[in-house]
Design a binder for this molecule. Sequence first.
Ligand SMILES: [Zn+2]
Length: 77
Amino acid sequence: MHVISVSFLFMVYILGGMTAILGLWLYYDRRDRILCDRQRFRHVYRCIKCGRLYERRGQREVAPCPDCDYANDRLRF
Ligand SMILES: [Zn+2]
């Protein structure tokens, strides 16, 4: 017959709590990074049809001009 000591149960309890905290930390860190990246990236576009300079958020390579609706590539520096 196995006898489980109190210290072993306490260690399992502590490790379970630490695992739960680590899992929540990784989940919220990943979620916040994804949400922040969507708002952080801003790209500048220049319309080759009407000459307007405008910006859009996100990681798009092509964005339509707000004036003439022509799809332009983002400027690269
Ligand atoms: Zn335009």
